[in-house]
Design a protein around this ligand. Structure first.
Ligand code: SF4
Length: 360
């Protein structure tokens, strides 16, 4: 497994039972699409997200009905709950009182100092952090006037402005995001922020689009940051079922060796040497390993000519041969299996390896 990379100097911040930052792994986050006051639907969606691998979930809190639902939602879910509030300090106070594990609110947008203090004191009393969410599309007027248009410098200046409000009240459990739908702008802003302060960063490319285009856009932006060791939590934002966001995020973390609990598929692009129905087998195996919580590498190859050798790094794999399959481990053929049963044989071997991994 590739060694994990991290921006090492971030301040550890607790969110529910997780600690974000420090030397901890990067956590995958998503946001519900249901009306938060519809507790049944919201809990069902959160549970689906958790099953897919979501580790922190955020809900919108546009009104009191939503804020007063937080307690009931909390009781029925297992992962930390972040409550997203825009300006209304009263909603923040209700959400905190109801047991939110983190709130997302920009202190500079709350208004009077007494209101800011009320929110900060409530968060302090419950020991929960505040996420400052800077968005290129809604920068403060003063900053926009200074820079003329949204710039990375302006975004970081906005973040520092909100951070200072909290620090002046001796509040330091802060997480910051600097989202933009322009990938280059987001990358630049996060890089500047990583150099400017040590609070954990929540990564996201906002309004990135549909499943296909948005995944590519997110992978380009978030991948660049991950490869630089930047990021403590991450959300892939898609105009799609949020479960898809988790799938994309998990895949992205695997690419950078940042996921210790997911199996990876290696499959060949196929060519004229192909001996088996590789595309459908690859899809079936990918689906199967999506629930495997061990960092196994599983290969599915169309033929044995370059097959096992091409996938030497795989822990286990199958390669097509005429009318049969070759089961191999670390580039060496272990045995021949009939074509009809080779996928089942592979699944059995994957299960054994996963069990062995957890027994270690
Ligand atoms: Fe072609 Fe075989 Fe390589 Fe697949 S494994 S790309 S079928 S040579």
């Amino acid at each position: 497994m590739t060694e994990m990379i991290h921006r090492a100097n971030t301040r550890p911040v607790k969110v529910g039972n997780l600690t974000i930052g420090g030397s901890n792994e990067l956590f995958i986050q998503s946001m519900t699409t249901t009306k938060t006051h519809d507790v049944e639907a919201t809990v069902a969606e959160i549970n689906r997200l958790e099953e897919a691998g979501c580790q922190i979930v955020r809900v919108a809190c546009p009104d009191e009905r939503a804020a007063y639902s937080i307690g009931e939602i909390k009781k029925r879910i297992n992962i930390p709950l972040v409550v997203d509030i825009h300006f209304d300090y009263k909603l923040a106070l209700i959400a905190i009182e109801q047991g939110a594990d983190k709130i997302r609110i920009n202190p500079g947008n709350i208004g009077r100092q007494s209101k800011v203090e009320a929110v900060v004191n409530a968060a302090k009393a419950k020991g929960i952090p505040i996420r400052i969410g800077v968005n290129a599309g809604s920068l403060e007027k003063k900053i926009l006037e200074k820079y003329g248009y949204p710039t990375a410098e302006g975004m970081v200046e906005s973040a520092l402005h909100h951070i200072k409000i909290l620090e002046d009240l001796d509040f330091h459990d802060i997480i910051v995001s600097l989202k933009a739908s322009d990938v280059n702008l987001a990358i630049e802003a996060y890089k500047l922020a990583a150099a400017a302060f040590d609070y954990p960063l929540h990564l996201g490319i906002t309004e990135s689009g549909t499943l296909f285009a948005g995944s590519i856009k997110s992978a380009a932006g978030l991948g660049t940051l991950l490869s630089a060791g930047i990021g403590n939590t991450m959300r892939v934002s898609l105009s799609a079922d949020p479960v898809q966001e988790i799938k994309v995020a998990r895949e992205l973390l695997k690419v950078f060796g940042l996921s210790s609990n997911a199996a990876t598929l290696i499959s060949c692009p196929t060519c004229g040497r192909i001996e088996i129905d590789l595309i459908s087998i690859a899809n079936e195996v990918e689906e199967y390993i999506s629930t495997i919580k061990a960092p196994l590498k599983v290969a599915v190859l169309g033929c044995a000519v370059n097959g096992p050798g091409e996938a030497r790094e795989a822990d286990i794999g199958i390669a097509g041969a005429r009318g049969e399959g070759l089961l191999f481990m670390h580039g060496k053929t272990v045995r021949k299996v009939p074509e009809e049963t080779m996928v089942d044989e592979l699944k059995k071997e994957i299960d054994i390896l996963a069990e062995e991994y957890f027994e270690k």
